[in-house]
Design a protein around this ligand. Structure first.
Ligand SMILES: [Zn+2]
Length: 354
């Protein structure tokens, strides 16, 4: 495995990007007063999560707070252009860094802000999430930067990318982590001005505490990484429970789904295709394990049968096909095997070697 590949894997939610600079967030109006902010990647070493603002006459709720204080400050700057109301509520979907490391920005600006997440997310954020990220921050990213610096001596065109990577490292070192100060177990209803906002957990999915938001009046779902557009990251997920969670979510009346990354979805095609991949991997993974195949052998045997679903998800783009095979199929299948060997704990699983 190359260093670059290792870096990207450890980031869990990352893909290769070549952004030369870091422009501000792009704003998409999902419904009147409900905005999606999409931020650019961090050089070629990280991909940021989506942030969503729900405005009301009595304040703002922000769903997910980006991966760095710089990114969340840029999002807050956009929110301030739209309303003079304070941010009263934050909801963090899960423990992956790109969805909550920017919370400090909001707490600094609004000291009374209530920061909501599932009780298990808070536990993960207090320790395991930090431990998971430590090798990347303390070893892999500095080593990668050093190599980039060496290469940039002869290739000046690498300099902007190197600057972006360095800026990311500086941000990550300076981040002040802020934990949720309101936790819930299965449901929390928030009445915010004219908005009725349901904060929900249907059980373990991609993480032990997946927290999502349902707006029944606007028929909008904010899912975090329970589904990612286009390719769901299945690292350390809970295969059987995750499918059950999505089946319950599928029963909700919605016209729009906003995933943890990527553009909003206006129908359930991607979610259904991803659920069908899960179903096939659960079924075929068990059969392969019964036959004595390793997870890697099982993947080779199962992937051809997933072709049509893969094309639905990836559009048959070669890079996306490769990500589909690794981040969805390979990572999910490893967890299917682990689940068959005994009940899964809340501990973060290692990234499978491949
Ligand atoms: Zn993510």
């Amino acid at each position: 495995m190359t260093i670059r590949r290792a870096l990207l894997l450890v980031l869990a939610c990352s893909i290769s990007l070549t952004a030369q600079n870091r422009p501000g967030p792009a704003t998409t109006t999902l419904a009147p007063g409900i905005l999606l902010f999409t931020t650019p990647g961090y050089g070629d070493v990280g991909l940021d999560g989506n942030a969503i603002a729900i405005l009301s006459r009595d304040g703002v709720l922000v769903f997910d707070t980006n991966g760095t204080p710089g990114a969340s400050a840029a999002v807050l700057g956009e929110i301030r252009k739209l309303t003079s109301q304070p941010v009263r509520w934050i909801v963090n979907s899960h423990w992956h860094w790109d969805h909550w490391y920017g919370t400090d920005t909001y707490q600094q600006a609004f000291p009374d802000v209530r920061i909501v997440s599932h009780e298990k997310n808070r536990q993960m954020m207090m320790g395991p999430a930090i431990d998971f990220n430590r090798p990347f921050l303390e070893e892999q990213l500095p080593a990668y930067l050093q190599r980039m610096e060496t290469r940039a001596v002869d290739k000046p065109d690498l300099k902007p990318l190197l600057d972006a990577d360095r800026a990311f490292f500086d941000q990550k070192k300076s981040v002040r982590l802020v934990l949720p100060n309101v936790t819930f177990s299965d449901r929390l209803a928030i009445e915010l001005g004219e908005r009725h906002i349901e904060v929900l957990n249907y059980g373990r999915g991609v993480t032990p505490g997946d927290t999502f938001v349902y707006l029944p009046n606007e028929k909008i779902l904010l899912l975090g990484d329970l589904i990612v557009n286009p390719i769901t990251f299945a690292l350390s997920g809970y295969p059987t429970e995750w499918l059950r969670v999505l089946e319950r979510i599928d029963a909700l009346d919605v016209t729009m789904i906003v995933t943890g990354h990527g553009a909003p979805l206006y129908d359930k095609t991607l979610m259904h295709a991803t659920m069908d991949v899960f179903r096939m991997l659960l079924r075929e993974g068990k059969a392969a394990k019964d036959k004595g195949l390793t997870p890697d052998q099982a993947k080779d045997a199962i992937v051809p049968g997933l072709h049509d679903l893969m094309v639905t998800i990836t559009g048959d783009d070669p890079g996306r096909n490769a990500a589909f095979r690794q981040q969805l199929v390979d990572w999910y299948l490893h967890r299917v095997y682990e689940e068959l060997e005994g009940p899964l704990t809340d501990a973060i699983a290692k990234i499978p070697a491949s």
